[in-house]
Design a protein around this ligand. Structure first.
Ligand code: C2O
Ligand code: CU
Length: 489
């Protein structure tokens, strides 16, 4: 194995993904293919599976950022040009896997988009190498940072680990009117972790049981940003906007800036917050996004780090020119009306649970004590508002995600797990805990901590049909923390 700390940090400049927009022809052609990319100066090229625009070359294996406009339909033909064999350890005992279907399958989901079911990337709607799918995204939604990633049944944790993810930016007039830093001052930061073998290849851990290689979660040894291990990035002494996205399978990022420097969070999963929030720490769960403003204007000629825990993961090298005109931070961003709990016509109580073996190893995870293939039990009515309360009976934080909708986090409350497990009902141990201020905007992922009931309120605006919700720890989702729901007209 190769060790992150043995690799010189900040030797590579951080690359930026190519940007594509549908333009006049309206359709993008994006292929999944195998590449060998240099992820660090001292690491040999690594085999990755990546998305790329047909006809383009990108040595970094970085998927294009799709630039789209709110209300302008986006059409993408997703073309599976992957090899016929997988290079990561498939667990044939997992849902949707088996020896009787193609070994490599793909299916693309545009995470955070409000999309009709036929284009949403239902996990069972996969296609094999040589095949493609045309998906239409109406994007009748507000400006936000979305992302696309693989969602093929039983494989997506491996396909995503192999590199199949990319960012999508939806823009709208209201956001453009704010005059936030743009062009080269608006920068994507796609964060994830990986393990590498000594020869620089991706290593995905397996359990000791060859029949069930699934592992319940793991953290990769090396941290990458935009496909480089701990890179550096040159900035001017001025204000920047950074769009952060955590594409890790199971790692949560605990982010801060060196020297206790503060920053502002201006957006979360589903776009802008109501006002910029001054912050010093940011916890970003898998699949969550955070839109940040960092002001380098007083740091001319200095180096400052983006830090995860205690580990610096990105070095900003601030140029020594005169600092640019102080670009002011708007005081308000967009009005966010909080949905009162009384608007909900139905509350669904959903447990987060797991089965463990005799020594406490996780064997399987469940939502509502059911597996993926059990019949659908959630049928929200189109346009109706519901509360979903997630009762976490496990020891993990689960980032729960619902397709198609945006929601608001209502509250979190400690409860008596022991009493609940012994059929004595839901007993709260105190009042609701205050939400983090950066959770007051529109979300599509919610962190559900252990021994807590986390409630969200959601209006099922959009399209009728079959969707899903799941934990975004990809190992959990695969076995079997994923359930369908069907929006009924
Ligand atoms: Cu990020 Cu089911 O998705
Ligand atoms: Cu989980």
């Amino acid at each position: 194995m190769l060790h992150n700390l043995e690799l010189a940090p900040f030797v590579d400049p951080m690359p930026l993904p190519p940007v594509v927009s549908p333009g006049a022809q309206g359709r993008l052609y994006i292929a999944m293919h195998e590449v060998h990319a240099k992820l660090h100066r001292d690491v040999p090229p690594t085999r990755l599976w990546a998305y790329k625009t047909i006809g383009s070359i990108d040595q970094n294996g970085l998927a294009p950022i799709i630039e789209a406009r709110s209300g302008h339909a986006l059409q993408v033909e997703w073309i599976n040009q992957l090899p016929a064999h997988h290079f990561l350890p498939i667990d044939y005992s997992l849902h949707g896997c088996g020896h009787d279907i193609p070994e490599v399958r793909a299916c693309v989901h545009l995470h955070g988009s409000k999309t009709p079911p036929e284009s949403d990337g239902y996990p069972e709607d996969w296609y094999a190498p040589g095949k493609s799918r045309v998906c239409t995204y109406p994007l009748k939604q507000e400006a936000a940072t979305l992302w696309y990633h693989d969602h093929a049944m039983g494989l997506n944790r491996l396909n995503t680990y192999a590199g199949l993810f990319g960012m999508t930016i939806v823009r709208d007039e209201a956001e453009a009117a704010l005059g936030l830093p743009s062009g080269k001052y608006e920068v994507p930061l796609i964060l994830f972790d990986r393990n590498f073998t000594a020869d620089g290849q991706l290593f995905y851990p397996s359990s000791p049981d060859p029949e069930h290689p699934w592992v319940s979660e793991f953290e990769g040894d090396a941290i990458l940003i935009n496909n480089k291990i701990r890179p550096h990035f040159e900035v001017e002494p001025r204000l920047y906007r950074f769009r952060l996205l955590n594409t890790a399978n199971s790692r949560f990022f605990q982010l801060s800036l060196s020297n206790n420097h503060s920053f502002h969070q201006i957006g979360s999963d589903q776009g802008l917050l109501s006002a910029p929030l001054p912050m010093k720490h940011l916890l970003l769960a898998p699949a969550e996004r955070a839109d940040l403003l960092i002001d380098f204007s007083t740091l001319s000629g200095q180096k400052i780090h983006l830090v995860h825990g205690a580990l610096p993961i990105l070095e900003f090298r601030v140029g020594s020119g005169p600092s640019a005109v102080m670009h002011s931070i708007p005081s308000a961003l967009r009005p966010i009306e909080r949905i009162p709990a009384s608007h909900a016509t139905l509350t669904r109580t959903i447990t987060l649970d797991e089965a463990v073996d005799h020594i406490g190893n996780s064997m399987q995870m469940y939502l509502d004590k059911k597996r993926w293939h059990a019949p659908t039990t959630e049928f929200p009515k189109l346009g109706s508002t519901e509360i979903w309360e997630f009762v976490n009976l496990t020891d993990d934080v689960h980032p729960l995600h619902l397709h198609m909708v945006r929601f608001q986090v209502l509250d979190r409350r400690l409860f008596d797990v022991f009493a609940y497990r012994n059929n004595r009902g839901l007993h709260y141990l105190g009042a609701a805990l205050p939400l983090e201020p950066n959770e007051m905007g529109w979300k599509d992922v919610v962190q559900c901590p252990p021994e807590i009931v986390t409630r969200i309120i959601v209006t099922f605006d959009g399209y009728p049909g079959k969707y899903l919700y799941h934990c975004h720890v990809l190992e959990h989702e695969a076995n079997d923390m994923m359930r369908p729901f069907e929006v009924v007209a």
